[in-house]
Write a protein that binds this ligand. Sequence first.
Ligand code: SAH
Ligand code: CA
Length: 211
Amino acid sequence: MEFLPEAIDKYVAEHTAEENQLLKEINRETHAKVMMPRMLSGHVQGRVLSTFAHMIKPKTVLEIGTYTGYSAICMAEGLAEDGKLYTLDINEELEDMVRAYIEKAGFKEKIDYRIGNALDLIPDLKESFDLVFIDADKINYSNYYDLVIDKVNKGGFIIADNVLWSGKVVGDKIDKDTQALLDFNAKVHNDDRVENVLFPVRDGLMVLRKL
Ligand code: SAH
Ligand code: CA
């Protein structure tokens, strides 16, 4: 998963603003109690998402794949004054935990957390978005992109996580998830509705600006 030499990775973390107490707690509890804690964005990527959100100052954000709420809370930090973040997840088992974190973060009014299959929930959203974070099942990345692209405002952004898939996108064993990410990366790279940059942050962030 780590692409940078360990010493550089450590130096980066040491020279990136710390997580606040609540984010530390979510990070810790996710690792202690929840399956697949590696899915959580974590300290440095969380600060990257928060910084992007502060730069964009979005009025509306859509997150696909809430998990334990870490990335949603990071992005909500940068919302415009009357901004709103929608976050979708199919896993109802984490609902109570996530609702408690959202409340503790003081984002009860700003974060609209919905449980269900994002493929079904996205078409129901009436809003258009300044920022979309795609981070659910990799198989559906291209489907999520097709569902959201017309809901993204001109000059708005789509960020897709894990697009380097631990380096498997350049490996020789192509499983289903890897193929889905290769297809997604090629699709957005060749789509003239967006301008794309692949940031080699953690597991790879594809950042798209809608033209
Ligand atoms: N964004 C989080 C991590 C998300 S992990 C963070 O950075 O901290 C991926 C999440 O996608 C999981 O919680 C999983 O339940 C959810 N997911 C998978 N398939 C989904 C679907 N079809 N619809 C909505 N959520 C889905
Ligand atoms: Ca992720």
